[in-house]
Ligand binder design. Structure first.
Ligand code: HEM
Length: 480
């Protein structure tokens, strides 16, 4: 009896708190509300895939292009209307990103990521982007390929037995990111239990934990202290990498990674543009933005190839035709892999790894249809909803790479937004596309890929938020 009393009191207090704070202003009553309990129930019943969120509220997304929820003491509007989406992406002064240091003050999230290119706005963002941009223009292909070949060596030792692809892709993409972004080998493919991987995974767990975000558990000092210790450990590693990189550059040694290119861009300016602390926060945000996204994209991609054998066969035919005897595509060959690109785009439509964008904070009232969303509200572009809207896509639930036959087919009407859009478009889109194409070229040449029998995903992928919820076991059968 006593055992249940405490949780019951907490739940009652939460209900009272929610009821008092989430009173709907008159002007917003006709926008459908997703309640705190819809979200909470979703988390405890593990029904929190963005596919479920979309299907449960599809009626409202399709009719109004917006639904609302009350969270963090404010109203948040999830947008699927493509006209508003376009405005959000193009008018960055009216829709700046929310300031993380104000939104999650004193959190591990704010401590780890500080001020960086992805979460800043206005002049600060311009300064960061000016240093980051040139680094992403000349990506070191050799650093991608050496890790991809290492992964192939690991696969070589396994034949016909199922391989869990989510964790393999996590390990592969972390190693690629470490090497390409700042010349550091996490060595996750060879030794996933090493201290660097652990330090990174510990911080990921903290900053992505939905319960901690929902209930702001870091307001409890002991939790905050424990988390900050873990953040410090990883930040110290990044500090060390920057220090070593300065030394290497002074000694004339070069590997061509992004940090090196950013340090060069920094020195080319009249005044130093980014401090070492700001560079460190950008390293942290590249990890946040570039790791799980690409690893999820590759996992869902391999899954769709395993379940769409015709697509797999067409893609393989193209890879063998374009690459000939080359294992790794050259820069020119990357451009010729037209069908493979269509498959990659369609996968990013079906399963967008960034299925909601960073909150934007309205600086003026937003009037559309018969709604007036007041200044100060938070807007969240719901990419999954836009990508699955039957108003914007023919047969949205079917995997049809051919819909991308015409280049930029759907970017003009803002219905394909896997990498965002406008001036805040993803900095790492080419980085990720190169990585995905390279892996596919190597795997398709060598293996036939099928879904393991009795897979939990045999009737469709199970999602948790934007990622796949359960392991995906695939069989890689060597081709003759
Ligand atoms: C499949 C892989 C990826 C997807 C789906 C993806 C998606 C996105 C999206 C949707 C945005 C816009 C966010 C917004 O406007 O709120 C974005 C921004 C960004 N992405 Fe990516 N991303 C991917 C890979 C990467 C990689 C590999 C890196 C870096 C190594 C990266 C770095 C960034 C950065 C720095 C920004 C912020 C740009 C700015 O605000 O100026 N992303 N990404």
């Amino acid at each position: 009896m006593i055992f249940w009393a405490f949780p019951a009191i907490v739940i009652i207090l939460l209900i009272v708190h929610y009821k008092i704070n989430s009173k709907v202003p008159d002007g917003l009553k006709n926008i459908h509300t997703i309640t705190f309990f819809d979200i909470f129930l979703g988390i405890i019943t593990k029904q929190v895939g963005h596919d479920k969120l979309y299907t449960n509220f599809k009626k409202y997304f399709e009719k109004d292009g917006v639904v609302k929820r009350h969270q963090f003491g404010r109203w948040i509007f999830m947008i699927t209307d493509p006209v508003i989406a376009k405005n959000i992406l193009l008018q960055t002064d009216v829709y700046p990103k929310v300031k993380m240091e104000e939104f999650l003050p004193n959190s591990s999230f704010a401590e780890y990521l500080g001020t960086n290119v992805a979460f800043s706005s206005g002049d600060v963002w311009k300064r960061h982007r000016r240093v980051c941009n040139p680094a992403f223009k000349t990506l070191p292909l050799h650093l991608f390929s050496e890790t991809a070949l290492k992964m192939m060596d690991i696969l070589e030792t396994i034949d016909k037995t199922p391989i869990e692809i989510k964790s393999l892709m996590q390990r592969f993409t972390l190693d690629v990111l470490g090497k390409v972004a700042f010349g550091f080998d996490f060595n996750n493919l060879d030794n996933p239990d090493n201290v660097y991987v652990k330090a990174y995974n510990d911080v990921q767990k903290i900053i992505m934990d939905p319960i901690s975000i929902l209930f702001r558990t870091e307001r409890i000092p002991v939790i905050r202290q424990q988390n900050l210790k873990k953040v410090d450990k990883l930040s110290n590693l990044f500090k060390e990498i920057i220090k070593e990189k300065h030394k290497a550059l002074a000694a004339g040694k070069s590997r061509g990674d992004l940090l090196e290119l950013m340090l060069n861009a920094n020195e080319n300016q009249d005044n130093q543009m980014l401090s070492d602390t700001e560079l460190r926060h950008n390293m942290a945000v590249f990890m946040l933005a570039g790791h799980d996204t690409t690893s999820n994209a590759l996992s869902t991609l391999l899954y769709v190839l395993s379940t769409h054998k015709d697509v797999q066969e067409n893609a393989r035919e193209e890879v063998l035709r374009v690459l000939g005897d080359n294992l790794i595509p050259s820069t020119e060959q990357h451009k010729s892999l037209k069908y493979l690109n269509m498959v990659i785009y369609e996968n990013l439509r079906m399963y967008p790894p960034a299925s909601t964008l960073i909150f934007r904070e309205l600086t003026e009232d937003l009037k559309f249809k018969d709604f007036v969303i007041p200044a100060g509200s938070l807007l969240e572009l719901f990419i999954y909803g836009i990508h699955h809207s039957s108003k914007l896509w023919d047969k949205p639930e079917e995997f049809l790479p051919e819909r991308f036959e015409k280049e930029n087919a759907n970017s003009e009407n803002y219905s394909w937004l896997a990498f965002g859009g406008g001036s805040r478009m993803c900095l790492g889109n080419n980085f990720s596309l190169i990585e995905q194409r390279m892996v596919l070229c190597l795997l398709l040449r060598k293996y036939e890929i099928s879904l393991a029998p009795n897979s939990i995903h045999k009737d469709g992928l199970k999602l948790k938020f934007q990622a796949v919820s359960h392991p995906i076991e695939l069989i890689f059968k060597r081709r003759d």
